[in-house]
Write a protein that binds this ligand. Structure first.
Ligand code: PLP
Length: 410
Protein backbone atom coordinates (compact mmCIF):
# COMPACT_ATOMS: atom_id res chain seq x y z
CA UNK A 1 0.00 0.00 0.00
CA UNK A 2 1.01 3.59 -0.55
CA UNK A 3 2.82 5.49 2.19
CA UNK A 4 0.71 8.49 3.20
CA UNK A 5 1.51 11.92 4.67
CA UNK A 6 2.20 10.93 8.25
CA UNK A 7 1.36 14.43 9.48
CA UNK A 8 -2.35 13.60 9.17
CA UNK A 9 -1.87 11.04 11.92
CA UNK A 10 -0.85 13.90 14.21
CA UNK A 11 -4.00 15.96 13.58
CA UNK A 12 -6.70 15.93 16.25
CA UNK A 13 -9.34 13.33 15.30
CA UNK A 14 -12.17 15.71 14.62
CA UNK A 15 -12.35 19.18 13.19
CA UNK A 16 -13.91 21.41 15.86
CA UNK A 17 -16.98 22.54 13.95
CA UNK A 18 -17.85 18.99 12.89
CA UNK A 19 -17.71 17.88 16.52
CA UNK A 20 -20.06 20.70 17.58
CA UNK A 21 -22.41 19.79 14.71
CA UNK A 22 -22.39 16.13 15.78
CA UNK A 23 -23.19 16.97 19.39
CA UNK A 24 -26.02 19.33 18.38
CA UNK A 25 -27.45 16.64 16.06
CA UNK A 26 -27.30 14.07 18.89
CA UNK A 27 -29.10 16.49 21.20
CA UNK A 28 -31.83 17.16 18.64
CA UNK A 29 -32.29 13.45 18.00
CA UNK A 30 -32.70 12.85 21.74
CA UNK A 31 -35.05 15.86 22.16
CA UNK A 32 -37.10 16.16 18.95
CA UNK A 33 -39.54 18.55 20.67
CA UNK A 34 -36.83 21.12 21.57
CA UNK A 35 -35.92 23.97 19.20
CA UNK A 36 -32.14 24.50 19.03
CA UNK A 37 -30.89 27.91 17.91
CA UNK A 38 -27.47 27.76 16.25
CA UNK A 39 -25.32 30.48 17.81
CA UNK A 40 -22.12 28.53 17.19
CA UNK A 41 -20.92 28.15 13.64
CA UNK A 42 -19.59 31.12 11.70
CA UNK A 43 -21.90 30.65 8.72
CA UNK A 44 -24.15 33.47 7.66
CA UNK A 45 -27.93 33.24 7.36
CA UNK A 46 -28.93 36.22 5.19
CA UNK A 47 -29.16 35.68 1.42
CA UNK A 48 -27.00 37.21 -1.31
CA UNK A 49 -27.78 40.83 -2.17
CA UNK A 50 -30.12 41.59 -5.12
CA UNK A 51 -27.26 43.23 -7.08
CA UNK A 52 -25.18 40.06 -6.69
CA UNK A 53 -28.06 37.82 -7.75
CA UNK A 54 -28.60 40.00 -10.83
CA UNK A 55 -24.89 39.74 -11.73
CA UNK A 56 -24.97 35.95 -11.25
CA UNK A 57 -27.96 35.61 -13.57
CA UNK A 58 -26.29 37.80 -16.18
CA UNK A 59 -23.08 35.80 -15.93
CA UNK A 60 -24.99 32.53 -16.32
CA UNK A 61 -26.71 33.94 -19.42
CA UNK A 62 -23.33 34.92 -20.88
CA UNK A 63 -22.12 31.38 -20.40
CA UNK A 64 -25.17 30.13 -22.32
CA UNK A 65 -24.15 31.72 -25.68
CA UNK A 66 -21.12 30.87 -27.81
CA UNK A 67 -20.40 34.61 -28.39
CA UNK A 68 -20.15 35.45 -24.69
CA UNK A 69 -19.06 32.11 -23.28
CA UNK A 70 -16.07 32.07 -20.88
CA UNK A 71 -13.94 29.00 -20.35
CA UNK A 72 -10.77 29.03 -18.27
CA UNK A 73 -10.09 32.49 -16.91
CA UNK A 74 -6.84 33.97 -15.62
CA UNK A 75 -5.66 31.92 -12.61
CA UNK A 76 -5.07 35.19 -10.72
CA UNK A 77 -8.63 36.41 -11.28
CA UNK A 78 -10.33 38.60 -13.92
CA UNK A 79 -9.02 42.13 -14.19
CA UNK A 80 -12.54 43.56 -13.77
CA UNK A 81 -12.45 42.23 -10.19
CA UNK A 82 -8.77 42.81 -9.39
CA UNK A 83 -9.04 46.43 -10.56
CA UNK A 84 -12.19 47.00 -8.49
CA UNK A 85 -10.48 45.54 -5.39
CA UNK A 86 -7.38 47.71 -5.89
CA UNK A 87 -9.53 50.79 -6.30
CA UNK A 88 -12.32 50.39 -3.77
CA UNK A 89 -10.78 48.23 -1.02
CA UNK A 90 -7.39 49.94 -1.10
CA UNK A 91 -6.88 53.16 -3.14
CA UNK A 92 -10.05 54.75 -1.76
CA UNK A 93 -8.68 54.12 1.73
CA UNK A 94 -5.37 55.73 0.86
CA UNK A 95 -3.52 52.42 0.34
CA UNK A 96 -1.52 51.72 -2.79
CA UNK A 97 -1.96 48.12 -3.91
CA UNK A 98 -1.37 47.13 -7.54
CA UNK A 99 -4.02 45.00 -9.26
CA UNK A 100 -1.31 42.41 -9.94
CA UNK A 101 -0.58 42.16 -6.20
CA UNK A 102 -4.10 40.71 -5.88
CA UNK A 103 -4.98 37.04 -6.40
CA UNK A 104 -8.67 36.16 -6.51
CA UNK A 105 -9.52 32.78 -5.02
CA UNK A 106 -12.40 30.57 -3.96
CA UNK A 107 -12.12 31.87 -0.40
CA UNK A 108 -9.79 32.59 2.45
CA UNK A 109 -9.58 29.08 3.88
CA UNK A 110 -7.93 27.58 0.82
CA UNK A 111 -5.49 30.50 0.50
CA UNK A 112 -4.53 30.26 4.18
CA UNK A 113 -3.78 26.57 3.72
CA UNK A 114 -2.07 26.91 0.36
CA UNK A 115 0.25 29.73 1.42
CA UNK A 116 2.32 27.10 3.24
CA UNK A 117 3.42 25.84 -0.19
CA UNK A 118 5.64 28.88 -0.71
CA UNK A 119 7.25 28.81 2.75
CA UNK A 120 10.14 26.70 3.96
CA UNK A 121 9.21 23.71 6.08
CA UNK A 122 11.81 25.05 8.53
CA UNK A 123 9.98 28.31 9.26
CA UNK A 124 9.25 28.99 12.91
CA UNK A 125 5.55 29.79 13.10
CA UNK A 126 3.68 31.85 15.69
CA UNK A 127 -0.08 31.64 16.18
CA UNK A 128 -2.42 33.48 18.48
CA UNK A 129 -3.84 31.35 21.29
CA UNK A 130 -6.83 31.04 20.88
CA UNK A 131 -6.98 31.08 17.07
CA UNK A 132 -9.02 29.96 14.08
CA UNK A 133 -7.93 26.27 14.01
CA UNK A 134 -6.99 26.30 10.32
CA UNK A 135 -3.62 28.05 10.94
CA UNK A 136 -2.40 25.34 13.29
CA UNK A 137 -3.83 22.40 11.33
CA UNK A 138 -2.33 23.66 8.04
CA UNK A 139 1.09 23.81 9.66
CA UNK A 140 0.64 20.34 11.14
CA UNK A 141 -0.15 18.97 7.66
CA UNK A 142 2.88 20.82 6.23
CA UNK A 143 5.13 19.40 8.95
CA UNK A 144 6.01 22.66 10.69
CA UNK A 145 4.24 22.10 14.00
CA UNK A 146 6.34 19.38 15.64
CA UNK A 147 4.74 17.11 18.22
CA UNK A 148 1.60 17.66 20.27
CA UNK A 149 2.66 17.71 23.90
CA UNK A 150 0.02 18.61 26.49
CA UNK A 151 -2.14 20.48 24.01
CA UNK A 152 0.79 22.46 22.57
CA UNK A 153 2.67 21.81 19.34
CA UNK A 154 6.35 21.71 20.16
CA UNK A 155 7.57 23.81 17.20
CA UNK A 156 4.86 26.49 17.28
CA UNK A 157 5.17 29.70 19.25
CA UNK A 158 1.94 30.59 20.99
CA UNK A 159 0.91 34.22 21.32
CA UNK A 160 -1.23 34.08 24.42
CA UNK A 161 -4.42 36.15 24.49
CA UNK A 162 -6.40 36.68 27.68
CA UNK A 163 -8.38 39.40 29.47
CA UNK A 164 -5.16 40.69 31.09
CA UNK A 165 -3.81 41.76 27.69
CA UNK A 166 -7.27 42.56 26.27
CA UNK A 167 -6.76 39.54 23.96
CA UNK A 168 -3.95 41.40 22.16
CA UNK A 169 -0.83 39.28 22.48
CA UNK A 170 2.64 40.52 23.35
CA UNK A 171 5.41 40.30 20.79
CA UNK A 172 7.28 36.97 20.88
CA UNK A 173 10.43 36.79 23.04
CA UNK A 174 12.20 34.83 20.32
CA UNK A 175 12.64 35.41 16.60
CA UNK A 176 9.82 33.87 14.58
CA UNK A 177 9.56 33.62 10.80
CA UNK A 178 5.82 33.54 10.20
CA UNK A 179 3.12 35.18 12.31
CA UNK A 180 -0.57 34.56 11.79
CA UNK A 181 -2.64 37.52 12.94
CA UNK A 182 -6.40 37.82 12.59
CA UNK A 183 -8.30 41.03 13.35
CA UNK A 184 -11.19 41.49 13.96
CA UNK A 185 -10.42 38.21 15.62
CA UNK A 186 -12.10 34.88 15.35
CA UNK A 187 -12.85 33.66 18.03
CA UNK A 188 -12.40 36.47 20.59
CA UNK A 189 -14.17 39.18 18.58
CA UNK A 190 -11.44 41.68 19.47
CA UNK A 191 -10.29 44.21 16.87
CA UNK A 192 -6.91 45.99 16.78
CA UNK A 193 -6.03 49.67 16.68
CA UNK A 194 -3.43 51.07 14.33
CA UNK A 195 -0.81 51.84 16.99
CA UNK A 196 -1.13 48.28 18.33
CA UNK A 197 -0.69 46.63 14.92
CA UNK A 198 2.26 48.93 14.20
CA UNK A 199 4.21 47.07 16.92
CA UNK A 200 3.82 43.84 14.90
CA UNK A 201 4.77 45.40 11.60
CA UNK A 202 7.86 46.94 13.22
CA UNK A 203 8.76 43.56 14.79
CA UNK A 204 8.41 41.86 11.38
CA UNK A 205 10.53 44.55 9.69
CA UNK A 206 13.24 44.19 12.35
CA UNK A 207 13.26 40.37 12.29
CA UNK A 208 12.66 39.61 8.62
CA UNK A 209 9.36 37.90 9.52
CA UNK A 210 6.27 37.43 7.40
CA UNK A 211 2.84 38.34 8.78
CA UNK A 212 -0.10 36.43 7.33
CA UNK A 213 -2.90 38.85 8.13
CA UNK A 214 -6.37 37.33 8.07
CA UNK A 215 -8.77 40.17 7.47
CA UNK A 216 -11.89 38.08 6.80
CA UNK A 217 -13.96 40.29 9.12
CA UNK A 218 -12.79 43.76 8.02
CA UNK A 219 -16.29 44.80 6.89
CA UNK A 220 -17.39 44.80 10.53
CA UNK A 221 -14.92 47.51 11.54
CA UNK A 222 -16.69 50.77 12.33
CA UNK A 223 -14.23 52.67 14.56
CA UNK A 224 -11.92 54.86 12.51
CA UNK A 225 -8.82 54.13 14.63
CA UNK A 226 -9.36 50.38 14.17
CA UNK A 227 -7.55 48.46 11.44
CA UNK A 228 -9.34 47.11 8.36
CA UNK A 229 -6.21 46.40 6.35
CA UNK A 230 -2.68 45.78 7.60
CA UNK A 231 -1.44 47.96 4.73
CA UNK A 232 -2.73 50.97 6.65
CA UNK A 233 0.48 50.54 8.67
CA UNK A 234 3.59 51.99 6.98
CA UNK A 235 6.06 49.28 5.98
CA UNK A 236 3.46 46.49 6.03
CA UNK A 237 3.79 46.05 2.27
CA UNK A 238 7.32 44.72 2.95
CA UNK A 239 6.26 42.15 5.56
CA UNK A 240 2.60 41.17 5.16
CA UNK A 241 0.28 39.07 3.06
CA UNK A 242 -3.38 39.97 3.56
CA UNK A 243 -6.12 37.39 3.13
CA UNK A 244 -9.71 38.53 2.60
CA UNK A 245 -13.03 36.92 1.94
CA UNK A 246 -16.50 37.87 0.70
CA UNK A 247 -17.99 35.13 2.90
CA UNK A 248 -18.99 37.17 5.93
CA UNK A 249 -18.89 40.52 4.16
CA UNK A 250 -21.51 39.61 1.60
CA UNK A 251 -22.89 36.14 2.31
CA UNK A 252 -20.55 34.31 -0.10
CA UNK A 253 -19.98 31.29 2.19
CA UNK A 254 -21.73 29.06 -0.36
CA UNK A 255 -20.88 30.98 -3.55
CA UNK A 256 -17.15 31.07 -2.66
CA UNK A 257 -14.88 33.99 -3.50
CA UNK A 258 -12.09 35.83 -1.73
CA UNK A 259 -8.65 37.18 -2.45
CA UNK A 260 -5.12 37.37 -1.18
CA UNK A 261 -2.75 40.31 -1.53
CA UNK A 262 0.93 39.50 -2.03
CA UNK A 263 2.69 42.83 -2.69
CA UNK A 264 5.65 42.86 -5.08
CA UNK A 265 7.64 44.56 -2.33
CA UNK A 266 7.51 41.40 -0.20
CA UNK A 267 10.70 39.37 -0.60
CA UNK A 268 11.99 36.01 0.57
CA UNK A 269 15.17 33.97 0.34
CA UNK A 270 15.89 30.63 -1.28
CA UNK A 271 18.15 28.24 0.65
CA UNK A 272 21.07 29.39 -1.53
CA UNK A 273 20.55 32.97 -0.36
CA UNK A 274 19.01 34.24 -3.61
CA UNK A 275 16.22 36.77 -3.17
CA UNK A 276 12.80 36.21 -4.68
CA UNK A 277 9.48 38.06 -4.64
CA UNK A 278 6.79 36.15 -2.76
CA UNK A 279 4.40 37.37 -5.46
CA UNK A 280 6.41 35.39 -8.04
CA UNK A 281 6.22 32.24 -5.94
CA UNK A 282 2.52 32.61 -5.19
CA UNK A 283 1.81 33.27 -8.86
CA UNK A 284 3.76 30.12 -9.75
CA UNK A 285 1.92 28.15 -7.10
CA UNK A 286 -1.49 29.36 -8.22
CA UNK A 287 -0.87 28.84 -11.92
CA UNK A 288 0.31 25.30 -11.18
CA UNK A 289 -2.33 24.18 -8.73
CA UNK A 290 -5.37 26.45 -9.27
CA UNK A 291 -7.43 27.30 -12.34
CA UNK A 292 -9.08 30.42 -11.01
CA UNK A 293 -12.31 31.18 -9.16
CA UNK A 294 -15.43 30.68 -11.26
CA UNK A 295 -16.43 33.43 -13.68
CA UNK A 296 -19.90 33.54 -12.15
CA UNK A 297 -18.60 33.99 -8.58
CA UNK A 298 -16.19 36.74 -9.72
CA UNK A 299 -19.01 38.57 -11.52
CA UNK A 300 -21.03 38.33 -8.30
CA UNK A 301 -18.08 39.72 -6.32
CA UNK A 302 -17.59 42.59 -8.79
CA UNK A 303 -21.22 43.66 -8.17
CA UNK A 304 -20.23 44.34 -4.56
CA UNK A 305 -18.16 47.31 -5.74
CA UNK A 306 -21.17 49.15 -7.22
CA UNK A 307 -22.87 51.80 -5.12
CA UNK A 308 -25.69 49.38 -4.37
CA UNK A 309 -23.27 46.58 -3.49
CA UNK A 310 -21.32 48.74 -1.08
CA UNK A 311 -24.49 49.97 0.62
CA UNK A 312 -25.66 46.36 0.96
CA UNK A 313 -22.36 45.31 2.58
CA UNK A 314 -22.78 48.08 5.10
CA UNK A 315 -26.41 47.22 5.84
CA UNK A 316 -25.65 43.50 6.06
CA UNK A 317 -22.75 43.84 8.45
CA UNK A 318 -24.71 46.39 10.53
CA UNK A 319 -27.43 43.75 10.92
CA UNK A 320 -24.99 41.13 12.25
CA UNK A 321 -23.22 43.73 14.40
CA UNK A 322 -26.53 44.57 16.06
CA UNK A 323 -27.03 40.86 16.85
CA UNK A 324 -23.54 40.71 18.35
CA UNK A 325 -24.33 43.80 20.44
CA UNK A 326 -27.49 42.14 21.76
CA UNK A 327 -25.52 39.01 22.72
CA UNK A 328 -22.75 41.05 24.38
CA UNK A 329 -25.19 43.16 26.38
CA UNK A 330 -27.23 40.15 27.53
CA UNK A 331 -24.24 38.20 28.82
CA UNK A 332 -22.86 41.24 30.60
CA UNK A 333 -26.25 41.93 32.20
CA UNK A 334 -26.56 38.41 33.62
CA UNK A 335 -23.07 38.63 35.11
CA UNK A 336 -20.97 36.65 32.64
CA UNK A 337 -17.66 37.92 31.34
CA UNK A 338 -18.19 38.83 27.70
CA UNK A 339 -15.73 40.26 25.17
CA UNK A 340 -15.63 41.29 21.51
CA UNK A 341 -18.94 42.01 19.77
CA UNK A 342 -17.82 45.50 18.66
CA UNK A 343 -16.30 45.89 15.20
CA UNK A 344 -16.87 42.13 15.05
CA UNK A 345 -19.67 39.57 14.74
CA UNK A 346 -18.18 37.36 17.49
CA UNK A 347 -18.76 37.41 21.24
CA UNK A 348 -16.40 35.52 23.55
CA UNK A 349 -18.00 34.46 26.81
CA UNK A 350 -16.83 32.97 30.09
CA UNK A 351 -18.92 32.19 33.17
CA UNK A 352 -16.05 33.41 35.35
CA UNK A 353 -16.77 30.54 37.78
CA UNK A 354 -14.19 28.06 36.52
CA UNK A 355 -16.65 26.22 34.22
CA UNK A 356 -14.82 24.63 31.32
CA UNK A 357 -15.80 25.20 27.69
CA UNK A 358 -17.64 21.93 27.05
CA UNK A 359 -19.65 22.24 30.29
CA UNK A 360 -20.69 25.77 29.24
CA UNK A 361 -21.56 24.39 25.80
CA UNK A 362 -23.69 21.66 27.42
CA UNK A 363 -25.34 24.10 29.83
CA UNK A 364 -26.42 26.51 27.07
CA UNK A 365 -27.59 23.67 24.84
CA UNK A 366 -29.48 21.68 27.46
CA UNK A 367 -30.92 24.49 29.60
CA UNK A 368 -31.49 27.19 26.98
CA UNK A 369 -31.61 25.37 23.64
CA UNK A 370 -28.86 27.28 21.86
CA UNK A 371 -25.53 26.03 20.63
CA UNK A 372 -22.16 27.73 21.07
CA UNK A 373 -18.62 26.83 20.04
CA UNK A 374 -16.42 25.63 22.90
CA UNK A 375 -13.44 27.95 23.20
CA UNK A 376 -11.08 25.07 24.03
CA UNK A 377 -11.33 24.03 20.38
CA UNK A 378 -9.46 27.22 19.44
CA UNK A 379 -6.46 26.47 21.66
CA UNK A 380 -5.59 26.01 25.31
CA UNK A 381 -6.23 29.70 26.08
CA UNK A 382 -9.81 29.24 24.89
CA UNK A 383 -10.58 26.88 27.76
CA UNK A 384 -13.34 28.29 29.95
CA UNK A 385 -14.88 30.26 27.06
CA UNK A 386 -17.51 29.71 24.40
CA UNK A 387 -17.88 31.67 21.18
CA UNK A 388 -21.24 32.99 20.02
CA UNK A 389 -21.86 34.58 16.65
CA UNK A 390 -24.15 37.34 15.45
CA UNK A 391 -24.84 35.42 12.23
CA UNK A 392 -28.27 34.11 13.11
CA UNK A 393 -31.47 36.09 12.39
CA UNK A 394 -32.44 38.94 14.70
CA UNK A 395 -35.48 36.95 15.77
CA UNK A 396 -33.46 33.87 16.76
CA UNK A 397 -30.76 35.94 18.45
CA UNK A 398 -33.33 37.77 20.55
CA UNK A 399 -35.17 34.52 21.31
CA UNK A 400 -31.97 32.79 22.53
CA UNK A 401 -30.99 35.78 24.68
CA UNK A 402 -34.53 36.11 26.12
CA UNK A 403 -34.33 32.49 27.29
CA UNK A 404 -31.15 33.37 29.18
CA UNK A 405 -32.48 36.59 30.68
CA UNK A 406 -35.65 34.84 31.80
CA UNK A 407 -33.63 32.21 33.66
CA UNK A 408 -31.20 34.67 35.28
CA UNK A 409 -33.66 37.42 36.23
CA UNK A 410 -34.04 38.24 39.89
N1 PLP B 1 -10.55 33.27 8.25
C1 PLP B 1 -11.29 33.31 9.37
C2 PLP B 1 -10.75 33.99 10.56
C3 PLP B 1 -12.54 32.70 9.39
O1 PLP B 1 -13.25 32.75 10.52
C4 PLP B 1 -13.03 32.05 8.25
C5 PLP B 1 -14.32 31.39 8.23
O2 PLP B 1 -15.00 31.18 9.20
C6 PLP B 1 -12.22 32.03 7.12
C7 PLP B 1 -10.99 32.65 7.15
C8 PLP B 1 -12.64 31.30 5.90
O3 PLP B 1 -13.29 32.10 5.00
P1 PLP B 1 -13.76 31.58 3.57
O4 PLP B 1 -15.23 31.28 3.67
O5 PLP B 1 -13.47 32.70 2.63
O6 PLP B 1 -12.98 30.35 3.22
Amino acid sequence: MIEVNDNFRLLPVSYLFSEVGRRVADFKAAHPDREVIRMDIGDVTRPLFPCVIKALHEAADELACPESFHGYGPEQGYSFLRDAIARYDYAENGIHIEANDIFVSDGAKSDLGNLGDILSRKCKVAVMNPAYPVYVDDNVIDGRAGELIENHWSNLVYLECDPENNFLPSLPDEKVDVIYLCFPNNPTGVAIKKEQLKLWVDYALANGSLIIYDSAYESFVRDTDTVKSIYEIPGAEKVAIEVRSYSKTAGFTGLRCGYTVVPHTLKGLYANGAEVELNTLWNRRQTTKFNGASYVAQKGAAALYTEEGRASIRENSDYYLKNAAIILKTFKEIGFKAFGGENSPYVWVSAGDGSDSWSLFNRFLQDFGFSTTPGSGFGSKGEGYVRLTGFNSRENTVKAMERLKEAYKG
